[in-house]
Structure formats: C-alpha cells, structure tokens
Design a protein around this ligand. Structure first.
Ligand SMILES: Cc1cc2nc3c(=O)[nH]c(=O)nc-3n(C[C@H](O)[C@H](O)[C@H](O)COP(=O)(O)OP(=O)(O)OC[C@H]3O[C@@H](n4cnc5c(N)ncnc54)[C@H](O)[C@@H]3O)c2cc1C
Length: 436
C-alpha cells in the first residue's frame, strides 16, 4: 500500500464499478465495492443446467476492443468466441431476412426505389465519421427527410417506434449514426457474414474474472449490500447500508442517475438539471426455455405495431442448443417508458399478452413448448440521447468534493454496452487518480 493510500467506496458492481475498482486498487488504494444484487449488473446471469445465461441477451461487436483487451488481461481471452449471426425483419406478417444489401433489395414491403434509397442512406451513414453534424437533428426528422415518409414508416421508422415508443421523435440522429457506424466498424469485410462475440460459459465468465482480479488486488467485495444514502462528513463521505455505515475518503457511484439523486442530498438544482437532461427507457425482457426451435434466426426486429414486443432474440440460433442440454432459448424484448403499465403487470399477465403473437413467428408454436420462463425488468435500460447532448453531459466529477459518478448516461456518442462500461470504468479511475 502506498503512503498516500485513500479509502474509496464504489457503489454498484456492474462492469463500470468492477473495472474502476480494479484499476484503483492496482494503484494502491483501499477499495470497497457495494453491490445491491449479484456482481455483473445488467450483464448478470442466472444458472441454467450446468452453465449460465444472461438475464438480458448479450453479444459483442468486433469493434468492442476495450472489453476484448480486458478479457485478455484477465486470462479469459480464449473464452471469447466469434460466431456467425443472422438478422430478420418481421413486417406485414412475414419474417424477412435482412443480412446485407441483397436482402435489402428483396425487402418487398416497400417499392424497389425505396429499397434503393434505404440502401444508399445506410451506405452514406457508414461513410460519415463526423457525428457532431447530427447533434442538432432527431433521427425521426433526418430519416424521414432522407428516405421519404413511406420508406421511413415501413422500415427504420417502424424500428425506432418499436424501440423508443413515445420517445421516438426525440432521439438524436447521433444515436442512430452510432448504430450504423459501429456495425460497419465491426465487419472487416462488408460482404462477409457478420460475426458477433460471446463468452463460452456466458458473460458470467467476465464478471467472475473481474471479481477475482479485484479480490487479488485487495478490494473488499460486498454483494447483496444496497447503499441507502450518502452523507458528506469532513472531506469524505459516510456510506450507509441497511446493516451499518462506513467512512471513506472518496465515493464513486456507478448507479443510474435516477438512483444516485436519491442517495445523496445537497446536489445543486443546476447539476440535477444536467443529470435529468437524459431520460431512460425501461426494458422488460422475457426468457423462454423451449423444447423446439421457434425460428432459424438469431435477431428479429419486430416492425409490427400489433406485436407487444420489440425484438425477439433466439439465443440458440447464435450459441447452439447443444450448449444448453438441447433446449432452445428465446428472449422477447420490450423497451418501455419508465412509467409504462407493463411495469405493473405480473409475469402471468405479461405472458398472456405475449403468447398469441408467438404463432405469428412460427404457426406450429404451442405453449406446451415452454419448459421454463423468466421475466426480468430494468428501469434504467436505455438512455434516450437528446439533441446537443455533448453540451449537457454530466461530468464524471460531481460538484460535491470527492464524489464521482460514472454511468451509462456519460457514454457518448456511442450507445451503452459492456465495452463502454469497461472504458468508462478505466476513464473514471484515471480521472480520480489524476486528481489526488
Ligand atoms: C436488455 C439489454 C440488453 C443489452 N444487450 C447488450 C449487449 O448485447 N451487449 C453489450 O455489450 N451490452 C448490452 N447491454 C448493456 C450493458 O449490459 C450495460 O451497458 C452495462 O452492463 C452497464 O454496466 P454498468 O456497470 O455501467 O451499469 P449496471 O450494470 O447497471 O451496474 C450498476 C450496478 O449498480 C447496482 N446498484 C444500483 N443501486 C444500488 C445501490 N443503492 N446500492 C448498491 N448497488 C446498487 C445495480 O444493482 C447494478 O449492478 C444490454 C442492456 C440491456 C438492459
């Protein structure tokens, strides 16, 4: 331990908190991580037979270099597999493959000229490196202008509405550009089938390796310990849990901003306004274990306003069913406003809404195929990027002394993800160390 070692308390044991904890402990500080649930955060897993599966579907893009470098450093680089993926689009009652330019030209839900237009706009966006020029326009406005109303409503607009609901006309074009740009960077050759990354044994392999590396570096790891409040005390902070209190020199919160604001009093109105500039959308994700395959596609974007879910992700069309005792795993994903009535529904009520729609994807589907099901809810799932967000983004250093914040609202211009959580954890640790 260095002579100037500080005590640092980290709230949240997701990828941001764990990465920051590792770097701060490696620099010689006394670090404690408090996590209210299991380590892993939004990338947490549940047991399934002799392996595990994510509560929320997860994969990596080849452009996710920060998490790949961390995996190599932690000695689990050989667990990262790159597997072919495939994408379909559900519209007009049909599942249409959408894996590249040729599939787009065959997408006969819109006239051929509109298909060419969608292709040209996508190609144009793939070539744009300067995201700043998209800060002042919403994706809705830009894409309507570029594609024409009909093509927009039937394709990218339908997807934006499915994903963002009532927020769809507020999302910045920077968010949409990021999706296209990163996907482009992720393919070495645009004509090749896309490959996505997954860890053999699930993303739990990463969380376990991070937790072990933290312990080896001397971090005190407290899972199932929720923080109830933070109080300023001298130059430091008192961190309160249900079972006690601890004094630390520095606090780093990696919780969503909505939770952070409830934990700490004394934040100025100005700073709260900054925190609230970006709203979150929630996610309700159902995981089905089936004894038959539902489809032959990994990722299905749903552009049918009558379907109650936004995307269907058949995980076992990506990582084969032989890894799960022959069972098929299907996620039904639904993004919703934080106050959406679905958050008030029971699991049974949600399933009653969903079941009739699964036959649209496979007419042979029967509810007898479902062997087990789980429904997971996350209120701070997807940040909604507003216009000119680069001017509104809250700094990692809060206005209160020795209090830091690092969460998905500070990832920009990219969209949140495990790769960027690792990058954010590294960045905030570097900033804290630089300011000591
Ligand atoms: C549906 C869905 C699909 C996704 N798919 C992908 C994907 O395919 N690929 C990808 O890379 N990323 C994906 N992500 C995003 C990725 O999982 C997250 O961006 C990343 O895990 C965020 O890490 P984090 O540590 O910043 O936040 P979190 O994982 O949210 O960690 C914050 C932690 O703080 C804890 N906490 C909150 N309040 C308290 C408290 N009071 N006391 C103590 N602890 C507290 C929480 O329990 C949580 O563990 C997906 C996310 C969702 C919701």
């Amino acid at each position: 331990m260095t002579a100037t070692a500080k005590s640092i308390g980290i709230i949240g044991g997701g990828y941001t908190g764990l990465t920051a904890a590792l770097r701060l402990a490696q620099a010689g500080h006394n670090v404690t991580v408090w996590e209210r649930g299991d380590f892993g955060g939004q990338a947490a897993t549940i047991p399934l037979g002799d392996t595990r599966i994510e509560i929320f579907y997860h994969h990596l893009f080849q452009s996710d270099t920060h998490i790949q470098a961390l995996a190599t450093e932690l000695g689990i680089g050989d667990k990262l597999m790159w597997l072919p993926s495939n994408v379909s689009y559900f519209a007009d009652g049909r599942l249409l493959p959408l894996n590249g330019a040729l599939d787009l030209l065959r997408l006969n839900i819109i006239p051929i000229w509109d298909r060419v237009r969608v292709g040209l706009v996508t190609l144009w966006l793939q070539l744009q490196k300067d995201w700043k020029k998209y800060e002042g326009i919403t994706a809705d406005e830009y894409l309507t202008k570029m594609l024409g109303r009909n093509a927009y409503e039937k394709t990218l607009g339908a997807q934006l509405k499915a994903k963002f609901g009532s927020y769809h006309d507020r999302v910045s074009m920077v968010w949409f550009w990021g999706k296209i740009w990163l996907r482009t960077k992720s393919r070495k050759n645009p004509l090749e089938q896309e490959k996505l990354g997954y860890f053999k044994g699930s993303f739990q392999v990463v969380a376990n390796a991070l937790v072990q590396a933290c312990r080896d570096a001397g971090v005190t790891m407290s899972d199932h310990t929720g923080i109830t409040s933070l109080e300023q005390s001298g130059d430091g902070w008192v961190v309160n849990t249900h079972s006690g209190a601890e004094h630390v020199d520095i606090v780093l919160s990696t919780t969503p901003s909505t939770i952070f604001q409830k934990l700490v009093s004394g934040l100025s109105t100005d700073y709260r306004t900054r925190l609230n500039a970006l709203e979150y959308e929630g996610a309700i994700v159902t995981l089905l274990e089936l004894d038959h395959a539902l489809t032959d596609t990994y990722w299905m974007n749903i552009a049918d306003p009558e379907m109650p879910f936004t995307a269907v992700i058949e995980h076992t069309n990506f990582v084969g069913p032989e890894n799960y005792g022959g069972r098929h795993l299907v996620y039904l994903s639904k993004y919703v406003e934080q106050n959406h009535p679905y958050f008030g529904l029971t699991d049974d009520q949600i399933m009653t809404e969903y079941l009739p729609h699964l036959q649209k994807l496979n007419p042979a589907f029967s509810s007898d195929w479902i062997k087990r099901r789980w429904i997971f809810r996350e209120r701070a799932a997807q940040p909604i990027t507003p216009l000119h967000y680069s001017e509104k983004i809250p700094d990692l250093k809060t206005p209160l002394d020795n209090l830091w914040l690092a969460n998905t609202t500070q990832i920009y211009p990219e969209d949140r993800g495990t790769n960027y959580a690792v990058r954010l954890g590294e960045d905030v640790a570097r900033r804290i160390l630089a300011e000591m």
